[in-house]
Design a protein around this ligand. Structure first.
Ligand code: GLU
Ligand code: MG
Length: 505
């Protein structure tokens, strides 16, 4: 017999009784981690699970790479996990992209700079009930996103959702809220051989051989209707999957390169957008895999010689008190308001440090090539798609916004967005000016974006504004992980070197 919560859903606050007796005394209650609205949403989850027949719920958190990890909990165990969370090894927050720890958790001195990581002890995944979804592709399965705490109730300072929340709180203290709209490019290949042979299996520090794939479209025909029609199976699958997840999907497009596509999501509040992006990427990969395709958000996979994939991030501020947009210029012929141009100047000022978050992989730096529609220099332009920041709008247009084109679609959305807030807010606080727009974004004289992940991490470590905003322990933690990844790359003898030198010297 399933128990059904028959009480009406409380909106939270004002005499509502959203906390069920079953919720009392658990980890969430003891540490005061939920709002009334979240208690109400938790009650609603129990009801939806009964109505829909959910047997399994995936409790997921976002790691430092923007990747979802977590545990699948059975129906009977779900109430307990809603009440008190579920634990996972803290060492998951210390690993590079290959699964290798960048810190010494089993020595007396971990090097992390924060207590709670020694011996790979537990962290607690605290569900955020407002994120609950029923997964359309996995039978009888729900999904919920979690924040990270230590067992003593302290927040885990490396939790990406908490880091973004912290930066949005700083922005709110200045009276602003951030709206963000993502354009995500990606590749969808046909999977030709799914066999998990031994050479495909991973060792930490040495990932196995990648999947074998074929192209799904010939490329060089941007927005070509008939090419997209040949991929209609994928279009239909992604449309159904993403809209059933209640993601604000606006468009599915044929991009320029072979096998390359793009989706756009409607602009929403920044935290919502970050949640939307992690879920959308994971959903796209899972849906494609289940249907014989391989989707990747890697910036420049083999097969993308010309067209790399970018994540263009549209952003604008609105006033917290009355919701009015802050960026539109009102006087004369200026497209941006003074606050808008200070924010833009901040994005330019801190572009190198921010790149460590907008382009966090070795591969992403191969995207910064001239005349590719990806930027390669720290410049801005008015509706110029070669510039790093493109100003979109006209004088007085309420939708006036900034489009940062520097990111790769593999970026951790919480960090990419946090980096925008840190940069833009510093521009506002210091009243910085962006200089003149460019009409020549690939002109060789302009200051270049970092040429490698290593150079971006150097810039991050040297940026005092980022250190002050994030805290030195967060900057050091992130840099250590990314440097470990970069060092493995530098130490690897590649196919390029073999071809270039083996016969010649
Ligand atoms: N693929 C390009 C990039 O890497 C962008 C192409 C476009 O403007 O849509 O950013
Ligand atoms: Mg595009």
């Amino acid at each position: 017999m399933r128990s059904v919560d028959t009480r009406p859903l409380a909106g939270g606050g004002n005499g509502a009784r959203p906390m069920l007796a079953a919720d009392r005394g658990g980890f969430v209650d003891r540490h005061g981690l939920w709002t009334d609205k979240q208690y109400a949403a938790a009650a609603q989850i129990r009801r939806v699970m009964d109505e829909v027949g959910i047997e399994l719920v995936r409790f997921a958190f976002v790691d430092q790479h923007g990747v979802l990890r977590g545990k699948t909990i059975t129906r009977d165990a779900v109430p307990g996990v809603l009440r008190s969370g579920v634990t996972a090894p803290s060492s998951l927050m210390l690993k590079d992209t290959s699964g290798r720890s960048a810190f010494e958790v089993f020595s007396g001195e971990t090097g992390v700079g924060v207590d709670g990581f020694s011996g790979a002890g537990d962290i607690v995944l605290v569900p955020d009930p407002s994120t609950f979804r029923v997964l359309p592709w996995a039978p009888r399965t729900g999904w919920i996103l979690c924040d990270l705490r230590f067992p003593d109730g302290r927040p885990v300072p490396f939790c990406p959702r908490s880091i973004l929340r912290g930066q949005l709180d700083r922005l709110a203290a200045h009276g602003f809220e951030l709206t963000a709209g993502p354009e995500l490019e990606f590749h969808v290949f046909k999977a030709t051989d799914g066999a998990m042979t031994l050479e495909r299996t991973n060792v930490p520090g040495a990932p196995g051989k990648p999947a074998e794939v074929e192209a799904t479209s010939a490329g060089s025909q941007l927005l070509h209707e008939e090419s997209l029609d040949t991929l209609d199976e994928v279009v239909q699958l992604l449309h159904d999957g993403l809209t059933r997840l209640d993601l604000p999907l606006r468009s599915i497009e044929m991009e320029f390169g072979p096998s390359q596509m793009e989706i756009t999501l409607a602009p929403t509040d920044a935290m919502q957008t970050a949640d939307n992006v992690v879920l959308a990427r994971s959903a796209i990969r899972q849906i494609c895999r289940r249907n014989g395709y391989h989707a990747t958000f890697m910036a420049k996979p083999v097969g993308a010689a010309v067209a790399s994939t970018g994540w263009h991030l549209h952003q604008s501020l609105r006033r917290l008190d009355n919701g009015t947009p802050v960026f539109p210029g009102g006087d004369g012929d200026s497209v941006l308001s003074s606050v808008g141009s200070h924010y833009l100047a901040g994005l330019l000022e801190h572009a190198s440090a921010a790149t460590a978050f907008s382009t966090p992989t070795v591969n992403g730096y191969k995207r910064y090539a001239p005349y590719s529609l990806a930027p390669d220099a720290i410049v801005w332009g008015l509706d110029n798609k070669g510039a790093m920041v493109r100003v979109v709008g006209r004088c007085g247009d309420p939708n006036t916004r900034l489009e940062n084109r520097s990111g790769e679609p593999a970026a951790n959305p919480y960090f990419y967005l946090a980096a925008q807030v840190i940069s833009g807010l510093d521009g506002i606080v210091r009243g910085l000016h962006p200089g003149a727009p460019t009409n020549d974004p690939y002109e060789p004289g302009a200051q270049r974006l970092p040429r490698s992940l290593g150079a971006a991490i150097d810039a991050l470590e040297a940026d005092e504004v980022f250190r002050a905003a994030l805290g030195t322990e967060v900057v050091e933690w992130y840099s250590t992980i990314k440097r470990a990844e970069f060092a493995r790359y530098l130490g690897y003898v590649s196919d390029w070197e073999q071809r270039e030198y083996f016969g010649l010297f």
